[in-house]
Design a protein around this ligand. Structure first.
Ligand SMILES: [Zn+2]
Length: 113
């Protein structure tokens, strides 16, 4: 499961921060996830719940903020949001499209008490 290893590394990072800052309780973890990162919210949340048991992050809310896919046409420079990463440019119909947004996956913030 893709999400499990992801949540594992997220929890590792949280645990490091918890020790670094002497935090007693984590209340919310906010993640930025591009549409192309291929993660499923429900799976992420259940993995998070499982892996944070008996840690300061137990019971913390996992917020997943989605970032839409954005591409740029290499020919005319047109930038636009799309649901399909390998579509044709909607201005010049060129197929040389590069993805400039949608692959991100990182922790945005950790809220503590
Ligand atoms: Zn174009």
């Amino acid at each position: 499961m893709h999400e499990l290893s992801l949540v594992c590394s997220i929890c590792d990072l949280i645990n490091k921060k918890v020790i670094e800052y002497g935090v007693n309780k984590v209340v919310q973890v906010r993640i930025i996830a591009g549409e192309l990162a291929g993660i499923e919210d429900l799976t992420m949340k259940s993995c998070f719940e499982m892996l944070t048991q008996a840690t300061p992050a137990e019971g913390a809310e996992l917020v997943i903020e989605r970032v839409p896919i954005k591409v740029r046409c290499r020919l005319c420079g047109n930038e636009y949001e799309t649901g399909i990463p390998f579509s044709k440019c909607d201005v010049c119909a060129n197929e040389c499209i590069e993805i400039i947004q949608g692959n991100e996956l990182y922790i945005d913030s950790i809220a503590v008490e």
